[in-house]
Design a binder for this molecule. Structure first.
Ligand code: HEC
Length: 85
């Protein structure tokens, strides 16, 4: 019985860690992008319509220095949360 419980706890803990990873979404952007500069407003202003546009703007655009700490996963996660294709 105790073993069972331990297993259950392990499963629940690992699932919640996994969902944290997925929930990342816009968390990384929202450290800097709040209010008037929220990520959805930024992509509208920069006329970004696809995930590829977003990747290019953040990796090669004029503001790439501000986005150096973002990984491709972060950017793809944000593109998903912003519903870019
Ligand atoms: C370290 C702070 C920081 C983080 C983290 C950050 N940004 Fe930015 N970003 C900036 C700053 C500063 C600008 C320039 C703001 C301005 O032009 O008003 C900018 C500009 C942009 C632009 C406009 C780019 C252009 O070429 O005009 C977009 C789009 C953008 N960010 C999206 C994102 C997304 C999506 C994320 C998360 C994956 C993100 N940013 C994370 C600081 C950050």
């Amino acid at each position: 019985m105790k073993k069972c419980l331990a297993l259950l706890v392990t499963v629940i803990v690992s699932l919640s860690i996994a969902s944290f990873g997925f929930a990342a979404g816009l968390d990384k952007c929202e450290k800097c992008h709040k209010g008037d500069k929220a990520p959805d407003k930024m992509i509208a202003k920069a006329k970004i319509g696809t995930a590829a546009d977003l990747m290019k703007a953040l990796k090669e655009g004029p503001k790439k220095g501000m986005h150096k700490s973002l990984t491709e996963d972060d950017i793809n996660g944000a593109a998903g949360a912003l519903e870019l294709k």
